[in-house]
Ligand binder design. Structure first.
Ligand SMILES: [Zn+2]
Length: 480
């Protein structure tokens, strides 16, 4: 037998062997999956870190940052996910990465879902408050995301797929609170119209009640090889981030730690190719990990991240054990671009901002919110009257996934879960671009940090219903 004949026989044997385990669809298509986690840690330090008002530079790496990529192919349709350890990523970076990946893999640009996890301790790639964009890293990041998708595609192998919904109400808290009378609520624009306070003082007698809900669901999508070897798990939970990372340190926060702990829980630490655990951010614009009714437990750095990751990984694992795998499922993805209004400042607001900045002089202004928001006001004066935003809806068998390019409020995610024709459905936020916070009109009326106009919150008040109804229509379209 020459080498070619031998290879051919081996391939036939492999196909015969696999077909005993995996059922094709009626056209003979097999389901395939491939995954790869690519390192996106910057190669040089220091780098600017976003996620706070002030300028922060990182000089230390605690744990590596990754773009965790997953490619699914059912013979008709191929889709790719790239979930990146970053606070927020602008559309230009995602678009560049998608184009590059598409050229190499043939996966259509609009069949790629890319998002940021929202770890607050990654590299600045979006101008926000006083953090400066690391332009060289932006190029590196786009290249790396593309490479991650290309490698995941190169690892496609016959696979089966399933999903289940777990529950963990213990690690999510609504962070917007109504306060009792006598609690000062002045905003950075000198107004006292806010009715809620974001991140109020813990265990304060002035706390009244949270201004919104939580979403306890931990949804788990799993793909495994024909012999049962786990390829990847893509989970979804609505938690902003955890934090407790020392200043000046890069970390993937609980998103990276979840991947590590889940891998250990299912005994997938030594698999070849390596198992890829992924945690996506759900709708967590108004959610964090702080139990405001209790005093801080005063943990060591990274302890809270480990605790949360372990608890959420356990909940994901409980769901994972219930998964019924399918050999083949329908796969659909649609993308829409919608025009969204911008809350631009009026002439008086611009005058006031200019006066404040004249007095304050050049930055950095550290924590002076009045000055920081005056600078934001002038930046927003340069914004166009409307922006285009990308939305996606996916169907994987009976599972629905939608995306928003925003820090989306939990109310939106809950409404979509409830009204979607696909059960279960979940939302991945900060996907395919970055357009700031997305409070509902009701939450806008309550005011608070997430509504204060800045590059982190600038969409028109009526944006959330527009995005929600468009996503629901898109889900209806693919559910048929
Ligand atoms: Zn945030």
């Amino acid at each position: 037998m020459n080498h070619r004949t031998r290879t051919c026989c081996v391939m036939i044997l492999v196909v015969v062997f696999l077909s005993e385990f995996l059922e094709a669809d009626n056209k003979g298509n097999l389901f395939h999956a491939g995954a790869y986690a690519i390192d996106i840690t910057p190669t040089t330090l220091p780098v600017s870190v976003p996620g706070s008002f002030g300028p922060v530079m990182a000089t230390h790496v605690h744990d590596l940052l990754h773009a965790r990529c997953l490619v699914l192919d059912n013979g008709d349709t191929r889709v790719a996910f790239a979930i990146c350890d970053s606070c927020m990523i602008p559309r230009e970076i995602f678009d560049a990465a998608k184009q590059q990946a598409s050229r190499e893999t043939g996966i259509a640009v609009d069949h790629i879902l890319a998002s940021a996890t929202h770890t607050h301790t990654a590299v600045t790639v979006t101008p926000l408050f006083q953090s400066t964009v690391e332009f060289e890293y932006c190029e590196f990041l786009a290249d790396r995301i593309a490479d991650g998708i290309i490698r995941a595609a190169s690892q496609l192998e016959p696979a089966r797929i399933g999903w289940a919904v777990g529950n963990n109400p213990r690690q999510v808290f609504n962070r917007r609170w109504f306060m009792r009378p006598g609690f000062s609520m002045t905003d950075p624009f000198g107004r006292s119209t806010d009715r809620v306070r974001m991140n109020p003082p813990r265990a304060s007698p002035k706390l009244f009640k949270p201004a919104g809900l939580i979403d306890p669901e931990v949804t788990v999508l799993s793909v495994q090889a024909a012999d049962g070897r786990p390829i990847a798990v893509l989970a979804n939970y609505s938690l902003h981030y955890v934090g407790g990372v020392p200043s000046g340190t890069l970390s993937a926060d609980y998103f990276g730690e979840f991947a590590r702990q889940f891998t250990l829980l299912i005994g997938a630490a030594g698999t070849d190719p390596p198992f890829v655990g992924i945690m996506t951010n759900g709708t967590s614009g108004d959610i964090n990990n702080i139990n405001f009714l209790e005093n801080s437990p005063g943990r060591q750095p990274f302890d809270q991240i480990r605790l949360v990751a372990e608890d959420v990984a356990q909940s994901a694992h409980a769901a994972y054990r219930r998964i019924e795998y399918r050999d083949w499922v329908p796969l659909k993805i649609i993308e829409k671009e919608i025009e969204l209004g911008v809350r631009r400042p009026n002439p008086e607001e611009i005058d006031r901002a200019q006066m404040i900045l004249k007095e304050a002089g050049d930055g950095p202004w550290r924590g002076d919110r009045r000055v920081i928001y005056a600078a934001e006001t002038l930046d927003l004066a340069e914004y166009p009257a409307s922006v285009l935003a990308k939305l996606q809806a996916l169907r994987i068998g009976g599972l629905g996934i939608v995306t928003t390019p925003c820090e989306t409020f939990v109310e939106t995610g809950l409404a979509i879960k409830q009204q979607s024709l696909l059960r279960p459905t979940f939302t991945i936020e900060l996907a395919n671009g970055y357009n700031g916070y997305l409070p509902t009109p009701e939450q806008h009326a309550l005011g608070g940090y997430e509504t204060w106009r800045a590059k982190s919150s600038y969409l028109a008040v009526d944006t959330e219903p527009k995005i929600r109804s468009t996503l629901l229509k898109m889900l209806n379209e693919i559910a048929e």
